[in-house]
Write a protein that binds this ligand. Structure first.
Ligand code: SIN
Length: 491
């Protein structure tokens, strides 16, 4: 048994925000990550952090933009907490040494992204914001934080509605560990790898959501999956994100006839909410048209977008041609484990932060650059809650059940089914068939049923994908009307 005060599962911004705060109070924190310390969506995030810091801005406007993008399905109290707390959290973060990009006068530069009424997005290293934030947070954690790499959480340890840590497996050595933690934090990110085209890291397979389901957590808004309109896409294969900041800087979506595809579709045109732009790009794509991001209006592209330049050039696209081939890909899960802004779930001792959590701030469609913000702000609130709420893990006897898994489909098969039935456009007439497809693999095993210790981790990962996909399908079947990222055709 390994004893730790706080066990954090996942290593993105939410995880590191919690850890960097807690180490100020000398709490012993263990972070486990399936990959390496920087293998997370946060490190890949290009777009920045939206925050009402400019003297031309007001957090009430940030609130309104967030609500409008989320189709008012948002939890308005959670949104208000996020946007009103954000300026101070960012100011404090800057004091720890974080450097955001500056304008020619040496003040923080504010960029534009979809559905924001004004320039509100702060960046670091151009389009390397997520990575720079992760690096700063890693500098901010002390030796009280132990980061264990290549360690997969197999199952939470839950008894009588109380969580006491997790059972994990080292993917290099095969060693099993039983962590006993007073507080267990899920920070595993979303479900991007359930889809064939995604901006997400390869490790993001819905493990947190599946474990939470098995443990009896309440889940919320699972049907809302955001597709990012501009993944670099060549011959139908996606190779990484082309940040929305490119459109914020003047990039325009055109088809192969040179027509501006967002003209007349929405008053904000290329900077309309992401669900609107993705559907439009997808509709053209289905007609067999090729879609490009025309970047001719952007000066110094390489300097402003070093990551996009690197991804493009790695895949034979010369950014000097000013035409980047794009198509939508799965990007962000608005739904997840129901949690308060402080990360509290219905299971005592289990908390959720970042994309795995559904605090309701994103409603039916997340506003651009609100996700790094959520991780930073709500990570801090969770740390404050932990510091002020004494708790001790209960004794727990890890009896490992014996039920094994039968044959499972491949990841590719799951991805194909998800895109076909639960993609950008869904059809009421066929969602039930994907539920039945999932159910042939019994994705509904509850806590204490599955021999997770002797199941190969790659098989457990597939099982987690099946469980997550099945839960999303059931949520999508229930919501009969189109709203935000859940676009459903009744046929
Ligand atoms: C992007 O750079 O376009 C992604 C930003 C976000 O997901 O908010």
């Amino acid at each position: 048994m390994i004893k730790t005060d706080v066990l954090v599962i996942g290593s993105g911004i939410g995880a590191l925000s919690v850890a960097s705060e807690l180490c100020k109070y000398k709490r012993k924190v263990t972070i486990i990550t399936k990959g390496l310390r920087k293998s997370c969506n946060s490190s890949l995030a290009q777009g920045g952090i939206s925050v009402a810091l400019s003297d031309k801005d007001d957090y009430h406007w940030h609130y309104e933009d967030t609500m409008i993008a989320g189709c008012n399905l948002n939890d308005s109290d959670a949104v208000m907490k996020l946007v009103s707390t954000a300026p101070n959290v960012i100011r404090e973060f800057i004091k720890t040494g974080m450097v955001f990009d500056k304008d020619e006068n040496g003040n923080i530069a504010f960029g534009r992204e979809g559905a924001h009424r004004l320039n509100r997005i702060i960046h670091a290293g151009g389009d390397r914001t997520g990575l720079r934030v992760v690096e700063q947070l890693l500098r901010n954690v002390t030796t009280d934080v132990n980061i264990v790499q290549n360690e997969m959480a197999l199952e939470l340890r839950v008894k009588n509605g109380k969580c006491s840590g997790a059972i994990t497996k080292n993917l290099k050595t095969g060693e099993i560990s039983h962590y006993e933690a007073d507080y267990t934090v899920l920070a595993t990110g979303g479900i991007g790898q359930l889809y064939p085209s995604t901006s997400n890291d390869v490790t993001i397979t819905g493990d947190g959501m599946a474990m939470a389901y098995r443990a009896g957590c309440k889940l919320k808004n699972l049907e809302f999956i955001q597709f990012h309109p501009t993944m670099l896409t060549i011959n139908g294969k996606a190779y990484g994100l082309v940040s929305e900041a490119v459109r914020g800087a003047g990039g325009i979506l055109i088809n192969d006839k040179g027509e501006k595809i967002m003209e007349g579709i929405h008053p904000q045109k290329d900077l309309a909410p992401r669900d609107v732009v993705s559907r439009e790009v997808y509709a053209h794509y289905l007609k067999g048209e090729k879609i490009f991001l025309d970047t001719s209006a952007i000066d110094n592209f390489r300097e402003k977008f070093p990551t996009v330049t690197e991804i493009c050039e790695e895949h034979g696209v010369n950014v000097d041609d000013k035409m980047i081939p794009v198509a939508p890909g799965a990007h962000f899960h608005m739904g997840g484990v129901e949690a308060t802004p402080e990360g509290i779930t219905n299971i005592d001792g289990l908390y959720a932060v970042g994309e795995v959590a559904c605090t309701g701030v994103h409603g039916a469609n997340r506003l651009a650059s609100n996700s790094l913000l959520e991780g930073l702000v709500f990570g801090k609130l969770l740390a404050d809650y932990i510091v002020n709420t004494p708790r001790k893990a209960e004794e727990f006897d890890d009896t490992i059940p014996t039920e094994t898994l039968g044959d499972l489909p491949t990841k590719k098969e799951i991805q194909h089914q998800m895109m076909k039935f639960l993609g950008i456009v869904r059809h009421t007439g066929n969602i039930h068939s994907i539920i039945e497809w999932f159910e042939q693999y019994s994705p509904d095993k509850k806590f204490g049923k599955l021999d997770i210790v002797n199941t190969p981790p790659e098989k457990l990962e597939i099982y987690n994908m099946l469980t997550a996909g099945w839960l999303i399908a059931k949520a999508a079947e229930k919501r009969k009307e189109s709203i935000g990222a859940h676009y459903i055709v009744n046929d």
